[in-house]
Design a protein around this ligand. Structure first.
Ligand code: ADP
Ligand code: MG
Length: 425
C-alpha cells in the first residue's frame, strides 16, 4: 500500500509556528505571567538563552502571538499588546535600532488605522536623523548622542502612553486601547560589543519609567554568550533581565511533535491514514534526545523517504542514518564545519567521540585516556586545542575535568559514530 500525495509537515529550516509547537509549558506560563504583570504596569525584561536549534526563535514567535492575542494560554486572558520583532545582525547600530522601532510602530499602528496624526508629530526627530545621516558616535554631527536618545525616549513614551492609556482617536473613530509594547530581539549574540546594547536597554528602561511609561518590555534571545555581551556593555545590565534558559524537550513532547506531524499529514490525505510502527517511533524519539531541531529534521527525513501507509522501522533507520539522511543533514546545517574543518586531526576527533558518549556530562582526562587509542601527549595537546577553540570547556576549579561546549554537537557526533558502526545502509 502506498500513498501518493506528498506533504511534509516538518520544518527543519524554520522556527516552528505556534500551531505545531510542542512542550515548554513552564516557559510559556512564565512568559504569560510576565505579560500579565506588564499589562498591569509592572515591567520585566526577559532573556531567552540556549544553544543552536534548541527552539529560541520558535519561543519568541510564540511570545509574539501571545502578546498580540493571536493565541492565548488561559481561556479568559487574551492580551492586546503591540509587538515588534527584529533579528539583530553584527552591523546594526543604535540608530538603526531606533529607526527599526519607529518603522515597526508606524507599520503596526497603520494596520489599526491609517491616519494617526500624533505619531508623525511625536517622531518628527527621525526626519532630522535621516537628513543628518549621522552615526550615533559621530561627534561632528550637530545632533548629539544624548539628544537622539532623549528624543527617542520622549517619542516612545508618548506613543506608548497614547495607545495604551486611552483609546486612540482616529479619523474613523476610537480604537481599543493597547496593553503596551513588546520588543522582541532575536539573535542578540550576533551584535558587536561596541553596540553597547546592554547599556542602551538599561538606560531606555529607566528613562521610560521616569516618563511614567510602565508598559514596555524587551524580550531578547540568543546563545549563552549574550550574557557576556550585555555584561561587557554595562556590569549590571544583565540584572534587568530575567533569564529563561532552554533545555532539551521531554521525550513526551518530542513524541507530540511527531504525532502532530503525522496527524497533519493524515488531514491532507484523508481518507487514507498513515501509521508508524511503535519501534520506529521510539527510535525517532531516542535519537532526537529532546533537541527540537533533531526532531524536525528526523520527521522531515522520514516523510521524505516514506511512501507507505505504515512507516516501517527500516524506513525510519534509513531516513535517520542513511546517506543524506537526518544525521547528514543536521551535520551539514550545524556541525560538519566545526567537526571536519575546524578540527584538522583525527586524533582530536577521537577525543570528541569519547566525550560524546555522554554529551552532557563532565569527564575526567583519566577516563578519556582509558578509552583513547593514541599517546597521552596527543591527548594533552588535543584537549588544549579543543579548549582553545571553545569546543570543550574545563570545569572551574578542577583540573583535568572536561565537557563539550555544545550538547547538540555531542549528540550529533554520538549518532554519527553509531551510523558509521551500525548502519552502512
Ligand atoms: N517547541 C517546539 N516544538 C516543535 N518544534 C520546535 C519547537 N521549538 C523549535 N522547534 C523546531 O526546532 C528547530 C529549531 O528551532 P529554532 O526556534 O529555530 O531554534 P533556535 O532559534 O534556538 O536556533 C526548528 O526547525 C523549529 O521548527
Ligand atoms: Mg534562532
Amino acid at each position: 500500500m502506498s500513498y501518493s500525495k506528498k506533504y511534509n509537515p516538518f520544518k527543519p529550516n524554520h522556527p516552528i509556528n505556534p500551531g505545531m509547537f510542542s512542550g515548554r509549558a513552564n516557559e510559556i506560563i512564565r512568559i504569560n505571567d510576565t505579560l500579565l504583570q506588564l499589562k498591569n504596569g509592572n515591567p520585566t525584561n526577559l532573556l531567552i538563552i540556549g544553544e543552536r536549534g534548541i527552539g529560541k526563535s520558535s519561543l519568541l514567535i510564540l511570545t509574539n502571538y501571545l502578546a498580540i492575542g493571536k493565541i492565548d494560554w488561559e481561556e479568559d486572558l487574551t492580551f492586546n499588546f503591540l509587538s515588534l520583532q527584529f533579528n539583530l545582525d553584527p552591523k546594526i547600530t543604535i540608530i538603526d535600532l531606533i529607526k527599526k522601532i519607529n518603522n515597526g510602530l508606524q507599520r503596526e499602528l497603520a494596520k489599526e488605522e491609517k491616519e494617526i496624526e500624533f505619531f508623525k508629530n511625536a517622531w518628527s526627530f527621525i526626519k532630522k536623523l535621516e537628513i543628518a545621516g549621522c552615526k550615533i558616535n559621530n561627534e561632528t554631527s550637530n545632533f548629539s548622542e544624548s539628544e537622539i536618545f532623549d528624543n527617542f525616549v520622549y517619542s516612545l513614551a508618548d506613543t506608548i502612553n497614547t495607545f495604551s492609556s486611552n483609546s486612540i482617536l482616529t479619523q474613523k473613530g476610537f480604537k481599543t486601547k493597547k496593553d503596551g509594547l513588546i520588543i522582541l530581539l532575536d539573535e542578540v549574540d550576533n551584535v558587536s560589543e561596541q553596540l553597547n546594547l546592554g547599556t542602551f536597554i538599561k538606560n531606555l528602561s529607566e528613562a521610560l519609567i521616569v516618563q511614567g511609561c510602565y508598559n514596555i518590555m524587551f524580550v531578547l534571545s540568543g546563545l549563552p554568550k549574550v550574557r557576556d555581551i550585555l555584561q561587557s556593555s554595562h556590569e549590571s545590565s544583565v540584572r534587568i533581565f530575567e533569564e529563561i534558559t532552554l533545555y532539551p524537550l521531554k521525550s513526551d513532547d518530542v513524541k507530540d511533535i511527531y504525532l502532530k506531524g503525522i496527524k497533519e499529514v493524515n488531514k491532507n490525505i484523508s481518507p487514507e491514514i498513515i501509521k508508524i510502527e511503535k519501534n520506529g517511533l521510539e527510535i525517532m524519539i531516542d535519537v532526537s534526545e529532546g533537541y527540537p531541531h533533531f526532531a524536525q529534521q528526523i520527521g522531515s527525513s522520514v516523510f521524505n523517504l516514506n511512501e507507505d501507509l505504515i512507516i516501517s522501522d527500516q524506513t525510519v533507520k534509513e531516513s535517520i542514518f542513511g546517506t543524506n539522511g537526518a544525521i547528514d543533514l543536521i551535520g551539514r546545517r550545524f556541525y560538519s564545519h566545526l567537526y571536519y574543518n575546524k578540527i584538522k586531526e583525527d586524533s582530536y576527533r577521537e577525543i570528541l567521540q569519547i566525550m560524546a558518549e555522554n554529551p552532557n556530562e563532565w569527564i575526567r582526562k583519566k577516563e578519556i585516556q582509558s578509552k583513547y587509542t593514541k599517546k597521552s601527549t596527543t591527548l594533552t595537546n588535543g584537549l588544549k586545542a579543543l579548549r582553545d577553540r571553545n569546543i570543550i570547556i574545563s570545569q572551574v576549579g578542577k583540573k583535568g575535568v572536561y565537557k563539550l561546549q555544545w550538547i547538540g554537537f555531542g549528540i550529533w557526533i554520538k549518532y554519527l559514530s553509531e551510523k558509521v558502526k551500525n548502519y552502512n545502509l
